[in-house]
Design a protein around this ligand. Sequence first.
Ligand code: AMP
Ligand code: MN
Ligand code: MN
Ligand code: MN
Length: 284
Amino acid sequence: MTSILNADLHCHSVVSDGTLTPEALAERAKTNGVELWALTDHDEIGGQARAAAAAKACGMHYLHGVEISVTFLNKTVHIVGLGFDPENAALREGLEHTRGGRRVRAQEMSDGLARVGIRGAFEGALRYVGNPDLISRTHFARHLVETGVCKDTNEVFRKYLTEGKPGYVEHRWATLQDAVRWITQADGMAIVAHPARYKFTANEEFALFTEFKGHGGRGVEVVTGSHSAAEYVSYAAVAQEFGLAASRGSDFHSPDESHTELGTLPYLPGALTPVWELLSSRIQ
Ligand code: AMP
Ligand code: MN
Ligand code: MN
Ligand code: MN
């Protein structure tokens, strides 16, 4: 398979903070011409069997996927895993542990919002949660839009849910080393998700990719819904500099909120090695 492939290897279902079921996502991806698909819910692989079956039913190739939350240099970094064995016990335990603190964190977020006069946010956010193990900031954002506190989810994040804002809670996610190890030891490939989003300095970013490679990480998202066209070019250069394979994915969450639709991004630049070339034995 070449870089000219409509692969969408990053999106979210109701099993994490998306609004569509794995089946509806599969259908939508197929309609948009996706040839190779992966569902990558946050810290959770509970939707994998449904996604793989739905992909098969509509004639799309599939890779098992996940997006693991990591704390690196005091920032949250996301590591996508593709092509792993979803039955792997260490991976399953690692993800369970990573999900573990979300409920307490959500309660603390709600307390923070209550201090600025927004009451009942925990219960409100829960109404949008498809998986009780996975309350995310996105669910709070939906609740605050629905109740008219903000006009859209972007405004909620800007005013309430990011560092220094009333609903933000410091949280320790998995370590980079653990996340990469869980994925690779389950025969999958670890990939740095949307690197431009972290706003690291050049030195910090160098440390991220150096340590990531040192732990066995092998890929980086180059063409993602979170990158500008200029960032496709700069992270293509990073992929080459670090000898990483390149991935492509929309990060689609919802028809109402996502600015990037499934399967509609530009192809990967031809000079790069696509992750699917190295994962061919894992494709279903
Ligand atoms: P959490 O894992 O609970 O910290 O939630 C992180 C999720 O919030 C991300 O995966 C995105 O879906 C969403 N998110 C983060 N920043 C923003 C933003 N500025 N606007 C809208 N959604 C965001
Ligand atoms: Mn999300
Ligand atoms: Mn992410
Ligand atoms: Mn994502």
